[in-house]
Write a protein of this length. Structure first.
Length: 141
């Protein structure tokens, strides 16, 4: 019985992995399964938490020094593409001036991730909007 159950799980995992590979690029899967910059920062200089049109949420914390983003962390309760997008946007933002970070567009995230399916296009938009709102929060202080 246990062996049959294990076989079933292995088969299910293989099916899911095959479907994921058909839908998403290798880079997206890499960023979704091994995201960078996940977490929170103590006493962030900028903070935002945004809910996208799908109902998923992303949060970004920023540490800023001399108008440069020196650290950046995100958390999302969203899908794999939103995790991949949060990872990509925080990697892109780190080291940039806040003005340069404000110029990061969703299409740049899409390019890093080698594209996403049509139904996931709003995920990098959520990541970029959250970054912009965290910068706006910093500027408002
Ligand atoms: Fe909600 Fe991707 S962020 S589906």
């Amino acid at each position: 019985m246990t062996e049959e159950f294990d076989d079933l799980i292995t088969e299910l995992e293989a099916t899911i992995q095959k479907e994921e590979k058909e839908l998403y690029s290798e880079r997206t899967l890499e960023e979704a399964y091994n995201p960078k910059n996940v977490g929170v920062l103590e006493d962030p200089d900028g903070y935002a938490r945004i809910t996208g049109p799908c109902g998923d949420t992303m949060q970004i914390h920023l540490k800023i020094a001399d108008a440069k983003i020196v650290d950046c962390k995100f958390i999302t309760d969203g899908c794999g593409p939103s995790t991949a997008s949060g990872s990509a946007v925080t990697e892109m933002a780190k080291g940039k001036t806040i003005e340069d970070a404000l110029r990061i567009e969703a299409k740049a995230i899409l390019a890093v991730l080698d594209g996403l399916p049509e139904e996931s296009i709003h995920c990098p938009v959520l990541a970029v909007n959250t970054l912009r709102a965290a910068i706006a929060d910093y500027k408002a202080k």
